[in-house]
Design a protein around this ligand. Sequence first.
Ligand SMILES: Cc1ncc(C[n+]2csc(CCOP(=O)(O)OP(=O)(O)O)c2C)c(N)n1
Length: 540
Amino acid sequence: MEGAKIIIGSIEKHGVDRVFGHPGGAVLPLYEALRNSSLTHVLTRTEQGAAHAASGYARMTGKPGVCIVTSGPGATNIITGIATAQADSVPLVVITGQVQRDRIGTDAFQEADIAGASEPFTKHTYLVQDAADLPRIMNEAFHIASTGRPGPVLVDIPVDVQKEDVQAENDPSINIRGYKPVFKGNRKQIKAAIAALEKSERPLICAGGGILCSGSRTPLNIFLQKTGIPVVHTLMGNGAVDMDLPNVMGMIGSHGHLRAKQALKESDLLIIIGARISDRATAGGHIFEREKIILHIDIDPAEVGKNIETHIPIVGDAGDVLIYMLKHMDFTKTWDWKPSRTPSEAVVPMKSSPDRLDPAVLLHHVSEKADSDAIFTADVGLNQIWAARHITMSGKRRFLTSGGLGTMGYGLPSAIGAKMAAPERQVFAVMGDGGIQMSLGELGTLSESGEKVVILLLNNQYLGMVRELQDNAYGVDCRHGVYFKKGPDFVQIAEAYGLKSAHAYNMESFGKILEQSLCGQDSWLIDCRIDPKINSVRRF
Ligand SMILES: Cc1ncc(C[n+]2csc(CCOP(=O)(O)OP(=O)(O)O)c2C)c(N)n1
């Protein structure tokens, strides 16, 4: 069978129904095989967009997102998307075309050592030298991407390998030396964790993005209900906890909630589940270092105890560990303690200026109007922080953002991928005017797809987050390189791409446009004119 057909057949066999890509000469055989397959191809406008869209798709389906791009510049363009997925543990299988084998290393036209270049940003990379290896390599790529801690795997395939006709074993079994991820948490360690928890007076749970990628939101929320243990979450763990529960304390870390930080300070035992506790999570005080017993549950042994000292490490799947704890704990004791000082932190200011929108007020309004299982993506910057703080993650809502790498331009394409994975759910993309300009072409992908996404463009004419950092570091007179003196008319741009669009200057007009946008099947871009002075976190 031809190499290209083996590759496409493998993608079909793994239950993925679409690939996101941008072709070129080095993937012509693959695209010919794709044309004759059951797979849908989504032509994104950039390679980075393909990776982000595949990421949104993967986060909503739990299956690896697949992208196909050409060699050289196509491949180097996708590196940021790969690194973004790696930082947030998103499973991707990225297929890159490569120049033919006898030209590798000759600086051939559109040659780039993508396996080498992407190696630090992937879980694994392959350069395929023989088409007969393709069935095994493709099986391994899907396996590695989706097991253990999920992540991106890159498969670089020379164009002549794609054309090669081989007799290859159809579905070889997987046996990768040195790669045996642990799923089941060590029972002795879990029992030790239960014993420590039962002794503690003020335990606290910290939920990370691992809860969402392992699909263990349900056992976590049952556990929280049964025990009453207060819970905080990281930025990536936003949506892991049902905000309707009384024991939810909010988000920790930079831009987190004061109540969450206070709970962290006062707890005597901390159970971290599916979070790597990065510097973003520990920012805003040395609260992790205060005396307390720390339990860390994570599928990746390298993360357990990496950033903070851990007393009871448990390597395993969050769901497996939580279900075991649910079965073996004595629920006669509950722990519904509250932090002694709960700093007042009004979320919505009472007044907002008449001709400019306040993002907090706006996002609260969206929260009230959105379905209980709506998907929100956020880009990076102030818009991301506002979205994380002001959109209520009740019900089965999901929040997708680039938390680890903080990649601007993620919000729009990931929303497109998420919508394709869950067409029955409402999808909102919260974007800044800087970030949307990094992914404008994806408005075309959205328009062409016929899928509906409502883009909430929080337009403050600034690279707002950097403006805030400059203000804090050097003073407001020292702003530099952060103002869009000549911002485009995004409404005209969206309309040119065939989308519905309108400007909103105040809550009255916003409310009306939002209502309109929620009816019917059309995608919308709402250009919300935000007060440019508003910072990430405001205490009232
Ligand atoms: C690809 C990329 N380049 C640069 C940055 C640095 N950066 C972080 S936030 C930010 C400003 C974002 O501005 P905008 O999209 O307008 O959103 P706002 O902060 O105003 O909501 C920048 C430039 C980044 N995170 N990603």
